[in-house]
Design a protein around this ligand. Structure first.
Ligand SMILES: Cc1cc2nc3c(=O)[nH]c(=O)nc-3n(C[C@H](O)[C@H](O)[C@H](O)COP(=O)(O)O)c2cc1C
Length: 196
């Protein structure tokens, strides 16, 4: 079957949705870029709609939260070396530390994944020596759910509305590349073929 613009868009949505559920997928940990030029790996938690929202979890004390705030341009780069497919996205990001989305994400998080929010120094804060900022008593065990309550104040979600997607696969035969754009998540995607 030949490639169509519709099938490649669907491929990206299916691929990222599956990656959010599968810790072993290469696209489970894409690179997220901010407008200051910085990049970092983040765990993709959920894909809603046709890339209407990508959800990530983060520590509210980390510098990117101030940078992104209630709305800022962000980029996402995911690569699957097995299929040699690169997905390059741009969108509008926002940080939410309160409200139904952040509350539900916190409620669903396991005690072990909540543990990092108990760190006494936020990401990027200076430490006197090498190591973790997690309380020593919790370094070698998961906290109980009751012990994680203090971490809630540091927990936030990063929600990204994807507004452009560049799908690229390089193969020995040359490959294919398509770009999709839209003004916001309520508008239909507009796709076009590009030279790889
Ligand atoms: C495998 C891996 C997974 C990570 N997952 C996340 C994540 O889900 N959320 C997050 O905020 N940082 C995550 N990080 C840490 C970030 O890459 C980054 O160091 C941290 O968020 C501070 O970023 P900032 O200074 O840009 O705020 C992860 C790092 C690695 C290596």
């Amino acid at each position: 079957m030949g490639l169509t613009l519709e099938s490649l868009l669907e491929d990206a949505v299916v691929r990222l949705s599956a990656a959010a559920r599968n810790r072993r997928s290469a696209m489970h940990t894409p690179v997220v870029g901010t407008a200051d030029g910085d990049l970092r790996i983040m765990v993709l938690r959920e894909v809603a709609g046709d890339l209407a929202t990508l959800r990530f979890h983060t520590d509210l004390r980390s510098p990117k939260c101030v940078l992104i705030g209630s709305g800022a341009p962000v980029s996402i780069l995911a690569y699957d070396p097995e299929t040699r497919i690169q997905l390059r996205m741009r969108g509008e990001g926002r940080i939410e530390s309160e409200g139904p989305v952040a509350n539900a994400a916190w409620e669903r998080a396991t005690a072990s994944s909540r543990r990092c929010y108990l760190a006494e120094t936020g990401p990027g804060g200076a430490l006197p020596a090498a190591g973790s900022a997690i309380p020593a008593a919790l370094l070698h065990r998961s906290p109980t759910i009751a012990e994680t309550v203090a971490g809630r104040a540091h927990f936030a979600v990063l929600l990204i509305e994807v507004r452009s997607l560049d799908w690229l696969q390089l193969t020995h035969e040359g490959g294919a590349r398509a770009r999709y754009t839209r003004d916001d998540a309520s508008a239909p995607w507009q796709g076009t073929w590009l030279a790889p």
